[in-house]
Structure formats: C-alpha cells, structure tokens
Design a protein around this ligand. Structure first.
Ligand code: EPZ
Length: 426
C-alpha cells in the first residue's frame, strides 16, 4: 500500500494548476444514462473514483472512451454513449465502494422504468442515509420499495413530475432528483434544494443536453420535463475543494503561490477566513494568488454550512491550519455527525485539539512534529498532508488510497512548488 512522506518546513513558491471537480464529474458522468447520444466531458480529473464510475457505467452498457490530459492539472476527456441501457441493478459490492454510485437510481428509473440499487450503508464520516433521494423520486411518481438491502424504484410508465420539499439540504438528493426530473412528464419543483456549484454545473450540462431548468444555484429549482435529451459537450468546473486545500497549504507552510484554472467565487467563504488569519489573497484573472509571509497565522472560528457557507469538505484541512495558529479556534461541524476522525491523527503530530459534541476546540501550538499517521477518509488525508508541510521532521501518511480518490497527482503538484514530499510504493 502506498504511503506519502513529507519533510516539513519548506515554503511554497510557484503555481499549482487546479483540476476539474470530482464531485461535479461523478454526477455529470451518470447523466450519460439519460440520452442515447454521446456526452463529451472535458477537464475530467483522473481519479480513482472517476475510473470507478466509468466501470459502473460500462456495466450498464455505456460505451466509454477516455483521452488523458497531457500536462499536470490538464484534465482528460470522456466520451460516454448509452445507446441502449443494459440492466438496471447496481450491486452492493459496487455501491459500498463508492457512494456516488447511488446517483444512477434517478437516471435509471426514468430511462428504463426500473432501478435496483444497493443501499450504500454508513461510512467513516457519518450514517449518511438516502431517505431524501427516495422521497424525492417518490414525489415524482416512482414506487419505492426497500428489501434485502436494495432500493427498488419502479416507474414503468415513466415519471410524472411533482413538488419535492427537502426537509434538509442534500447535495446528492438534489442531484438525483434533478436528473430524473429532466425526463419526467411535467413540471417538477425542488424546494430547499442544494445550491452547490457542482449542482449548477450538472444543471448547465443538462440544459446543454436540452433540459429545461431554472433556479440553479438557488434553493428553488424548477424543471420542465422533456421527452428526450440529446448529446452535448461540457467542461467540468474547477475543484473548489482542491482549490481550498492548496490555498491552505500555502497558508500553513508560508510562501507565495498562484492557484491557476480556478476562481475565487468557488471558495469565497475560505478566502475571507484566510485574510483574517493574516494571509494575502488576490484574484489574478487566471486564478487566485495566496501569500503568507512572516508571523504565525491567527486563530479564527468557523461553522461548516451548505454553500456558500464554509464547506464540510475543507473542515479537516482548516483544523490542521488552526493547529499551528496563534490563539484558540472553535470549529463546528454541522453537516456530518462523525467528521472528526482526523482529530486523533492531528494530535499525533502535536496538535492540541479537544472535541465537545459537534465542536473541535483547537489551541494553536508553535510547532507540529512529524509522526506516522493514518488517513481515515479523503479530506482527512489531505489535512494530514497539510500538517506534515508545517511539521518539524518527517510525517508519513499511510492509507494513501483515500487521497487518490479525490486529489489528482497531489504529491507532484506540491513538489512542483517546493514541498519535500514523495510517494513510497510498496
Ligand atoms: C456530497 O455528499 C459530497 N459528495 C460530499 O463530498 C460532501 O461532503 C457533501 O455533499 C456535503 O457537501 C459528492 O458530491 C459525491 P449530502 P452527499 O446529501 O451528497 C444527510 C468528499 O469528500 N442526508 O449533502 O452524500 C447526510 O447524512 C465527499 O468529496 C440525509 O439525512 O451529502 C448529511 O448529514 C464526502 N438523508 C447531510 O444530509 C439523505 O437522503 C448532507 O449530505 C441524504 C443526506
């Protein structure tokens, strides 16, 4: 199993190219099930989850062609064509490995009239139920049955459209229902919908395929169903979590780096905090420049929240940054109930963190100290890399396969700006 070794203390200078967003690419790929014409996706990051999604789609008869990008940060291109959809079952072994597999439920039921998809089960960051996905599809007219660990969604005459009121904001449920609503036979209104940039990207791609959608990016999305979607070409939006992670890498290590191929509006909640801790942040026209020289970062507190609030997917990385800051910070996780698995690992490198319910109280220490640590999930892994950049001595991050699910060529990108980081393959 690969490990990553980081020798801390180097400041970072240069440019880091930002890749396409994993969490946009995955539902965008699934949308290929909605048409028999080719869907061309560019700026696709080469990540384990993306490859996995391509395999899942192949199992439904989707023809998949991949052309890799050439340079660091340059995305690849997928040509996906589902002439005929074969089968309607996503097995447990597939869905348990990648929750995003559950996205096929809506598209399959509306295209084939039937979908049988394994319940994903809980995961390292929380229970993560799928009740909102199911209620949403029910409101559009699907009959839903849950038996022997599988969800069976049945709509032999197609979906009818309807009003879906989400009791809480869910990115995945909004995406699942949005995809199905595009081909339903009437108007669907999604109330309290998620407004994350990845949903806007998904909706824009659907509109390029002929869907009629309004209200993207707001909490009320209206979809007027059409009988057929056609092919389209779409570029995946930049990864805001990768952007935020590297912005914090500069803040924790010090230096001056331009993050290219991304935009400040995707991470404005984080950039505001970075200014408060003492970093300089500016828009360059081609990306975002982050500078931190001189004194230690200052502590600030934050609560995670749906977009445009502070993303839960940046919470672990922000905690690593606050572990080195001057003062005490309170970090409250409001999206997932168990997303502090990185705390004991950060404590191993010398952080002073106490957890009280949904809040981590982080008292900054002058210096972290390198140690072997274990990654528990994707974003937690990246927080350990950030801690390693600031720590004295060597930090070894084990279970790097978590990182490979969501960060494209992380060690190459960081090495290119001066970090002492390398992958050790066994
Ligand atoms: C998406 O997960 C992302 N995954 C997550 O990124 C991200 O952390 C999350 O949104 C929040 O921003 C993808 O886009 C593939 P939710 P998702 O439904 O859609 C509860 C990463 O590291 N809920 O918005 O699964 C749920 O338990 C990953 O890249 C229900 O109760 O998140 C959670 O507490 C991790 N019932 C809250 O809602 C449901 O039916 C928000 O979850 C659905 C969700």
């Amino acid at each position: 199993m690969d490990k990553i070794s980081i020798k801390g203390g180097a400041r970072l200078y240069g440019q880091i190219p930002i890749s396409g967003a994993k969490n946009a690419a995955l539902p965008l790929m699934v949308a290929s099930l909605l048409t028999d014409e080719p869907l061309i996706l560019t700026n696709v990051p080469k990540l384990a989850d993306v490859v996995f999604m391509a395999e899942l789609l192949k199992s439904f008869g989707v023809n998949v062609e991949w052309t890799p990008g050439q340079k660091l940060g340059e995305g690849g291109t997928y040509r996906l064509q589902a002439n005929r959809v074969r089968g309607s079952t996503a097995e447990y072994d597939i869905v348990r490995k990648m929750r995003a597999s559950f996205f096929v439920l809506g598209p399959l039921v509306v295209r084939v009239g039937l979908a049988k998809v394994s319940l994903p089960g809980g995961c390292a960051i929380g229970a993560r139920p799928v009740d909102l996905h199911l209620k949403g599809l029910q409101a559009l007219g699907a009959a839903i049955d849950v038996a022997e660990g599988y969800v069976i969604a049945d709509a032999p005459a197609g979906l009818a459209g309807g009003e879906v009121v989400f009791p809480m904001v869910s990115v995945g449920a909004t995406e699942n229902v949005l995809m199905a609503a595009c081909l339903a036979q009437g108007r669907s209104v999604l109330v309290n919908a998620a407004g994350e940039p990845e949903i806007v990207d998904l909706g824009n791609c659907r509109m390029a395929m002929g869907a009629k959608i309004s209200g993207l990016g707001t909490s009320r999305i209206v979809v007027d169903g059409v009988s057929k979607l056609h092919g389209a070409s779409h570029a995946v939006l930049p990864d805001r979590i990768e952007t935020g992670t590297y912005a914090m890498a500069v803040a924790i290590a010090g230096g001056e780096v331009e993050l290219t191929g991304t935009t400040p509006d995707l991470v404005s909640s984080l950039l505001e905090l970075l200014v408060l801790i003492g970093a300089e942040v500016s828009s360059t026209g081609t990306g975002i420049k982050v500078v931190r020289n001189g004194s230690r970062p200052k502590s600030v507190s934050v609560d995670t929240a749906p977009f445009p609030g502070f993303p839960t997917d940046l919470q672990a990385q922000f905690m690593a940054l606050m572990a080195t800051a001057e003062g005490t910070s309170r970090i409250r996780e409001t999206i997932f109930e168990n997303r502090f698995m990185h705390v004991p690992e950060l404590v191993r490198v010398g952080a002073d963190i106490k957890v009280e319910g949904d809040t981590a109280i982080v008292t900054g220490v002058g210096r972290l100290h390198g140690a072997p640590v274990m990654a528990t999930d994707l974003r937690a892994s990246s927080s350990l890399v950030l801690a390693g950049l600031a720590a004295e001595g060597e930090t070894i991050v084990n279970r790097v396969y978590h990182l490979d699910r969501g960060f494209e060529r992380l060690e190459e990108k960081l090495r290119a700006v001066g970090a002492n980081i390398e992958r050790q393959s066994e």
